[in-house]
Design a protein around this ligand. Structure first.
Ligand SMILES: [Zn+2]
Length: 413
């Protein structure tokens, strides 16, 4: 276990992770969990959105996991290891990162309650995109939490950026040199457009896609889908953007078996239910139903498309495409007053990584709203997201159109 003694050493250490990410040809961002009082580096990770398949002769750089940003992975790593390693609580730790966290990572970090210290700004997808430390994407209570626990290190000449934020993160009040700042900013800038395009453009257009419902029981694609989600391919909606009451049983059944009563379905361009998963919040509070569904599908597709058998790779490519052509349907929409909602809308943005075709009806739908939430409050949260989410992805959660589906789910909850 290494220990760092200054903000400079901390940023130099996470910059090395960003370099490893750049060499992997994914988003060049790195981060670490550091003990705020001792400087001990507890875990260091980098982005793994794109990942070559080990051992494959022709590795695809497909989206392996659109949620595998450094900070989000560190939060899950913490909860997987906290008990066994007897780790201090998140408020005694700092996540140090090369780049301002995106909406998904900001929501993850705020859910867990880590302190956060940052080098470079991301003026497109970062939660401090305006560099003002006003966090326009956060609701007032969550904004106040961020302002008490987050900081942006000062940058020495010639950049001359003043220290911004709380003194609570590790090495609060300290500076880093301009070289580290330029490295962390420019290495991300050099990666972002190609990785985003590779993520958004992977997968066949629905006009060229084959229907997985026609596959026999022993086909690799059907077997993998059924293993991920037992209700896969058991239901087909006539219009993939307008699911009806047929979706109520799998949503309700999955929610009843989950830690938190919720489930998220992914429907493909033929209207097939590809996966319907609940959260595993007992393992990590950020492993919600949406996170499990989008990650589960992406990893399944990446694994099949990198199979050593060319026939399996071909079948995956012909039958499974990018989720931007399908529809995500939540049993319950996220509660917009919680940081998990920011995380969820951010993770949806990271899953799309760019424009979504046929955006009406939205491919981000919910059956019911939780508690006293209004559709306006959820829309407001989406509209306040950083520019990437409002301008490129155009995140717009909407209630399903089918009153029969709403009634059927209401009867079951
Ligand atoms: Zn992120």
């Amino acid at each position: 276990m290494t220990t760092v003694n200054t903000a400079q050493e901390a940023i130099d250490s996470v910059a090395n992770q960003a370099i490893l990410a750049a060499l992997q040809q994914t988003f060049a961002v790195g981060g670490a969990i550091i003990n705020t009082s001792t400087g001990e580096v507890i875990a260091a990770l980098h982005n793994n959105v794109l990942m070559p398949f080990p051992g494959s002769s022709t590795p695809y750089f497909l989206p392996h996991d659109p949620t595998a940003h450094g900070e989000r992975q560190l939060v899950d790593w913490y909860y997987e290891n906290a008990a066994a390693l007897n780790l201090p609580p998140p408020y005694e730790l700092t996540v140090v990162t090369t780049l301002d966290p995106c909406a998904m990572c900001a929501g993850s970090l705020l859910t867990a309650g880590f302190n956060v210290a940052v080098s470079a700004i991301d003026d497109y997808a970062g939660v401090n995109y305006n560099s003002q430390f006003t966090f326009p994407s956060l609701t007032p209570q969550i904004r106040s939490q961020a302002q008490k626990t987050w900081a942006y290190y000062a940058i020495l000449a010639p950049v001359n950026r003043p220290y911004q934020g709380s003194m609570n993160p590790v090495f609060g009040g300290q500076s880093i040199d301009s070289a580290a700042y330029f490295l962390t900013g420019s290495i991300f800038s050099a990666s972002v457009n190609t990785v985003r395009a590779a993520s958004n453009n992977s997968g066949l257009d629905p006009s060229q896609l084959k229907n997985p419902a026609t596959l026999p029981a022993n086909s690799p694609v059907r077997k993998a889908l059924t293993t991920l989600s037992p209700c896969a391919l058991t239901v087909q909606s006539a219009n993939p953007r307008d699911p009806g009451a047929e979706l109520a049983p799998p949503l309700l059944k999955t929610a009843k078996q989950s830690q938190v009563f919720n489930a998220v379905a992914l429907i493909d361009p033929f209207g097939n239910l590809l996966a319907c998963l609940g959260g595993v919040e007992n393992r990590s509070p950020i492993r919600t139903a949406f996170m499990e569904t989008t990650r589960g599908y992406a990893v399944l597709r990446w694994t099949l498309m990198n199979d050593p058998d060319p026939a399996v790779r071909a079948q995956a490519e012909q039958y499974l495409t990018h989720p931007k052509y399908g529809t995500f349907v939540f049993l319950y929409a996220p509660d917009p007053t919680t940081p998990q909602a920011l995380m969820t809308l951010g993770a949806y943005g990271s899953t799309m990584e760019g424009p979504v075709p046929q955006s009406y009806p939205s491919n981000l739908q919910y059956v019911l709203l939780p508690g006293n939430t209004t559709p306006q409050a959820l829309s407001q949260l989406a509209q306040n997201l950083p520019p990437f989410y409002t301008q490129s992805v155009q995140v717009a959660p909407a209630q399903v159109l089918s009153q029969e589906l709403i009634n059927a789910v209401r009867k079951g909850v």
